[in-house]
Design a binder for this molecule. Structure first.
Ligand SMILES: [Ca+2]
Ligand SMILES: [Ca+2]
Length: 82
């Protein structure tokens, strides 16, 4: 959970995580644009407590990891290091 995220100042660094488990080597994440939520994609989902960042590293469209960013506001791809 991230409690005090400041857009424009803070960035969420996901680069260290291998985004595609089935592919050899290290891949970075991309932001899901078409709703497919494929392997190697992150998506943002608004929930009551804030914004949920969901990470998918394999072929099923369920997140392997989620990060809750508390508070209002939305995030863009610029708020991440992918
Ligand atoms: Ca990989
Ligand atoms: Ca998955």
């Amino acid at each position: 959970m991230i409690a005090d995220f400041e857009p424009g100042q803070d960035r969420i660094v996901l680069r260290a995580i291998d985004a595609v488990a089935d592919e050899p080597g290290h891949q970075g994440f991309t932001l899901d644009q078409d709703g497919s939520f494929s392997a190697g994609e992150i998506r943002l989902r608004e929930v009551k407590a804030g914004l949920l960042v969901e990470l998918n590293v394999d072929d099923d469209a369920r997140p392997e990891m989620t990060i809750l960013v508390r508070g209002g506001g939305t995030l863009t791809v610029d708020d991440f290091v992918l």
